[in-house]
Design a protein around this ligand. Structure first.
Ligand code: HEM
Ligand code: HEM
Length: 179
């Protein structure tokens, strides 16, 4: 019987699928952002990669809400984080969660308050409106910067998991999320 829920020894199937599935989707999302930042306008690769950015971002927003609810439902039986480094790991994970919510949320709020409205995956979610709503659009001014901060936190997170835990300390941290 597969372990759907988490246990003190390892993350369960649902948490692992959410973690690795979303990691792959975030890689695609950062790739589109990097192409948007680095490549010249009207470059075919930039347009291709940018084409999915808003819809994938909206999907990631829904997935992180689901993951947060699942994480809270499992919080008592998740692997423990002890000591100073453990508390630092929890703080790091919290910061990643906060940005995984805020980064797409500010952009979704902005399109909800825009004149043009918005469609995700071809479905109109916010219809066009007569006048834009300034307060809904303002926080999106920091969307890109916050997105890059999230990317840096994720790079630090990967370095801690792979280099520090797996290669230097040789503990079970990576294994409890991996298998
Ligand atoms: C977790 C999800 C998301 C991440 C990690 C993310 C990340 C980023 C990053 C790093 C940039 C800066 C690119 C540059 O420097 O040229 C950016 C730009 C942009 N993103 Fe996202 N994004 C996400 C979701 C969304 C969503 C849901 C939308 C639309 C509803 C969106 C629309 C845009 C737009 C229009 C820009 C260009 C203008 C700007 O920099 O604010 N993004 N995104
Ligand atoms: C190669 C890429 C990655 C590796 C090797 C990796 C590794 C890990 C490991 C080993 C854990 C368990 C840590 C513990 O129990 O203390 C973990 C948890 C976590 N990771 Fe990653 N990770 C990767 C990518 C990502 C990405 C892209 C994100 C978010 C954008 C992310 C966000 C999280 C979060 C929030 C947790 C806390 C547990 C949870 O609620 O899911 N990880 N990661």
């Amino acid at each position: 019987m597969p372990n759907l829920t988490d246990s003190p020894l390892r993350y369960g199937i649902v948490s692992r699928w959410l973690h690795w599935g979303m990691a792959a989707l975030f890689a695609a999302q950062f790739l589109s952002a990097a192409a948007h930042w680095a490549l010249p306008r009207e470059n075919a690769l930039r347009e291709l990669l940018w084409g999915y950015h808003p819809s994938l971002g909206a999907a990631l927003f829904l997935l992180v809400l689901l993951r947060g609810v699942w994480g809270l439902a499992n919080i008592q039986r998740r692997p423990a984080h002890v000591g100073k480094l453990g508390r630092a790991a929890i703080a790091g994970h919290m910061a990643i969660y906060a940005l995984m919510v805020i980064v797409p949320a500010v952009r979704i709020l902005a399109v909800a308050g825009s004149k043009g409205g918005a469609s995700f995956f071809g479905i109109t979610v916010f219809p066009a409106r007569e006048a834009e709503i300034a307060w809904m659009r303002a926080p999106a001014a920091w969307h890109g910067e916050m997105g890059w901060i999230l990317a840096l936190l994720v790079l630090g997170h990967i370095a801690m998991a792979v280099f520090w835990h797996h290669l230097v300390r040789r503990d079970d941290t990576l294994k409890r999320m991996a298998r």
